[in-house]
Design a protein around this ligand. Sequence first.
Ligand SMILES: Cc1cc2nc3c(=O)[nH]c(=O)nc-3n(C[C@H](O)[C@H](O)[C@H](O)COP(=O)(O)O)c2cc1C
Length: 158
Amino acid sequence: MARVLISYYSRSGNTRKMAEKIRDGAASVDGVEVVLQKIAETGIDDMRQADGLIFGSPTYFGVMAAEVKDLIDRSVKYFGKMVGKVGGAFTSSGGIGGGNETTIASILQAWLIHGMVVQGFQKGSHYGPVAVGAPDERAEDECIRYGRQMAELTKKLF
Ligand SMILES: Cc1cc2nc3c(=O)[nH]c(=O)nc-3n(C[C@H](O)[C@H](O)[C@H](O)COP(=O)(O)O)c2cc1C
């Protein structure tokens, strides 16, 4: 069964709320096992075992938070073993132009360097779900649809 790992860092809960909606969307796809974890609970072996990885971080100075980067840095142990997995990303920022897209891009860049498959989000925020502060109805809907899209892609490939 294809395995999707949704892992997030969140200090004040906004990114966590997005992660929960993405989990709901992914879990609506039959035949996919979905795991939701905090970054602090996620080890590099969890990353290695997952077929699809969707990471969330608050926007910190326009890029992912250090906790997320640290986990990804440690995943270099499996450099060459992540090729072909599915990768996605999402973020909550403080402001509308606060660097949310660059934050998502910073995570997607790591997935590309791992040789992973990144899919754009045509019917939503194009790089991945974005919320300003806590997710509103629009962002929640986007998270659900993104989770479903990424789980469907993972199921197709694994
Ligand atoms: C260290 C730090 C850096 C931040 N940098 C930015 C930033 O560059 N742009 C922005 O829009 N918001 C920035 N914020 C605000 C957070 O991205 C925002 O509050 C987010 O919703 C927090 O998500 P969380 O509730 O999941 O922790 C920053 C917050 C902190 C604590």
